[in-house]
Design a protein around this ligand. Structure first.
Ligand SMILES: *Cc1c(COP(=O)(O)O)cnc(C)c1O
Length: 224
């Protein structure tokens, strides 16, 4: 077994039913992604469009790609034809551009709305307070937008304070349930809660995560 497989497989085995792993492969070379692929991983997450496009070319066709980084509207058109999920939708402008490009190619692209739950303001996302208006606005665009609102994504504060991290995840999970009840009571679409990274995914799972995004624990430190 390769080192990457040795790190990946125990994580995969530890995930409870209903929790999926997005292997965060940003800044890692294709050879390392292939090691994870050969150990059974199929969902990979990237944060830069150019790097993603290069890896899509090099990796097998049955990989599911998730986008998790800041996304410029002028680059949306490159990823919409194939992307399995855009997890980092943090503006209406971005939503509308995904919708426009998806309609052009006849796809429905699953997205997550990113919510700012951390105490640092370096992280992006809608505030919990504005989320209801955001959902009202996007749902007012109709059901035929080429976008499926599949749930929420958030990142906890980078801190050693486990209780703070837990509080932030708990807040996101309760917001998720609230929005589901209020806006998606007659739809199964809104079902994903993406939270948890290398340092905090066990906590996130305890608090109700359905997608964990793990990079460093699988691939090692990123070489920027
Ligand atoms: C880079 C990144 C991750 C992975 O972080 P690790 O600590 O390496 O597991 C997860 N989510 C997002 C949004 C990221 O940008």
């Amino acid at each position: 077994m390769t080192l990457i497989a040795e790190r990946l497989v125990p994580i995969l085995r530890s995930l409870p039913q209903g929790v999926r792993l997005a292997a965060v492969s940003k800044f890692h070379p294709v050879e390392e992604l292939m090691e994870a692929y050969e150990a059974g991983q199929r969902v990979f997450a990237e944060s830069r469009v150019q790097e993603l496009m290069r890896k899509v070319e090099a990796m097998p066709d049955d990989v599911e790609w998730h986008f998790i980084g800041p996304l410029q509207t002028n680059k949306v058109k490159y990823i919409v034809p194939f992307i399995s999920m855009i997890q980092s939708v943090s503006s209406l402008k971005l939503f509308d551009e995904i919708s426009r490009q998806a309609s052009k190619v006849g796809r429905t692209v699953p997205i997550l709305l990113e919510v700012h739950i951390a105490s640092e303001d370096t992280k992006s996302g809608f505030t919990p307070e504005e989320l209801p208006q955001v959902l009202e606005a996007v749902l007012a665009r109709g059901s035929d937008t080429g976008v499926k609102i599949a749930g929420l994504m958030g990142m906890a504060t980078f801190t050693d304070d486990r209780e703070q991290i837990r509080r932030e995840f708990r807040r996101l999970a309760s917001l998720f349930r609230e929005m589901k009840e209020r806006f998606f009571s007659d739809s199964a679409d809104f079902c994903e809660l993406s939270m948890g990274m290398s340092g905090d995914f066990e906590l996130a799972i305890e608090e109700g995560s359905t997608i964990v995004r793990i990079g460093t624990t699988i691939f090692g430190e990123r070489r920027y």
